[in-house]
Ligand binder design. Structure first.
Ligand code: FAD
Length: 379
């Protein structure tokens, strides 16, 4: 299937990710979800299996490949049934692109290399209590003092923030607006840095989400990525990839919820027949399958466009919104098909229902995507 996008190499890689998920994740995932944490050892295991650093240069320990390898990775990892795990393990994929794109060789060696080896954990710190969608309005301030910056401020909702070794942090080094934003690599062992809260969430439970505080945190000036004022651009460069990844997560979650629903509908009996014996259930499954298929194919189409180096800002925003809308509807129907069991923790669709809700909020909300689409389309 989808021969225009996936080669033999992709299929081989798919089989190896599937094996990894079956062996290293599935047997433990319920426990990790309950404990709201997965073992740090999983970073090393992922690196050893060649699953960290897709699309990163080999010289830093990455695996150069196309976007479809990353799509394969996401689809198969989501099959673990925990979107939080995929987000936690993958926090480097939003934290490290600015290092790769703006960083010096020394910064790449110091931050990127240990992260891709699975030895260190990286997080991206942009969101603040008073600035989420409005990235250009962040208030965390970094003031130059000799060879250092003194950082004061706070971040919130930071994936992997509770145990990250490095946080790629958006700070204000200049005046108001996006031109005053810079990116600073902050080591979690720096005095004045603290994790003020582990945020408890509706879903994504296997990943930790932190509130961070910086009080007179002295950070070497050499930790700035690029020049002062380049932070906003550094953040924007990876937004398209992050949005594609979220769109792929959404179609993958929906596909998994659909599979679970088909299986359940074929075995659960009511009024002397299986649920799939009712036309209304079959039609519901057909509608779910149709939505998943369209979302998936549009995501692939957009990925191909991005892979070809074409401008896809409008398309990727549409893809994210569409796939998230599909996912929300499909997980809702999946729970409905499961009846009371769909509301019980033991059933996968219960977690998928909770895990999917953040997809249309993180990486740019539905409304912000619409703003972008409207602007690019000149509506
Ligand atoms: C589980 C989880 C993990 C996360 N991980 C990270 C992370 O690793 N790093 C990080 O930096 N952040 C992270 N975030 C934060 C996430 O990116 C933000 O929550 C998101 O960008 C929205 O910002 P906000 O929560 O401040 O909402 P707000 O920006 O306050 O938005 C609230 C509502 O207002 C709407 N709105 C805002 N502006 C407009 C507008 N101009 N037009 C129309 N509607 C508008 C929004 O669409 C939304 O519906 C995470 C969040 C969660 C919940």
């Amino acid at each position: 299937m989808y021969q225009e996008y996936f080669s033999e190499e992709h299929h081989i890689f798919r089989a190896s990710v599937r094996k990894f998920v079956e062996k290293e994740i599935k047997p433990h995932i319920d426990q990790w979800e309950d404990e709201e944490l997965f073992p740090v050892e999983l970073y090393r295991k992922s690196a050893a299996a060649g699953l960290l650093g897709l699309e990163y240069p080999e010289i830093y320990g990455g695996t150069p490949c196309d976007k479809f390898m990353n799509i394969v990775y996401t689809e198969e990892m989501i099959a673990s049934g925990s979107v939080g795990l995929v987000a936690g393990l993958g926090s480097y994929s939003i934290a490290m692109p600015p290092v790769l794109n703006l960083g010096t060789e020394a910064q790449k060696q110091k931050f990127l290399v240990p992260v891709l080896k699975g030895e260190k954990i990286a997080a991206l710190g942009i969101t603040e209590p008073n600035a989420g969608s409005d990235v250009a309005n962040i208030r965390t301030r970094a003031v130059r003092d000799g060879d250092d910056y003194i950082v004061n401020g706070a971040k919130t909702f930071i994936t992997s923030g509770c145990r990250a070794h490095f946080v790629t942090t958006a700070v204000r080094t200049g005046g108001t607006g996006y031109k005053g934003v810079s990116l600073l690599m902050i080591d979690a062992s720096t005095p004045g840095f603290s994790v003020t809260k582990k945020i408890r969430k509706m879903g994504w439970n296997a990943s930790d989400t932190a509130e961070l505080s910086f009080v007179d945190c002295r950070v070497p000036a050499e930790n700035i990525l690029g020049d002062e004022g380049q932070g906003f651009v550094g953040i924007m460069i990876n937004f398209q990839n992050e949005r594609l990844a979220l769109a792929v997560m959404a179609h993958s979650v929906a596909a998994l919820a659909l599979d679970e629903s088909i299986r359940y509908a074929k075995t659960r009996e009511a009024f002397g027949r299986t649920l799939s014996g009712f036309q209304v259930t079959r039609h519901k499954l057909v509608d779910m399958a149709t939505k998943v298929e369209v979302a998936r194919q549009f995501n692939y189409r957009v990925a191909a466009k991005m892979q070809a180096g074409q401008d896809a800002i409008r398309d990727v925003s549409m893809a994210k919104n569409f796939a998230c809308e599909v996912c929300d509807k499909v997980v809702y129907d999946a729970v409905q098909i499961h009846g009371g069991y769909g509301y019980a923790r033991e059933y996968m669709v219960e977690r998928l229902y909770r895990d999917s809700r953040i997809l249309s909020i993180g990486g740019g909300t539905t409304e912000i995507m619409k703003e972008i689409i409207g602007k690019v389309s000149q509506f």
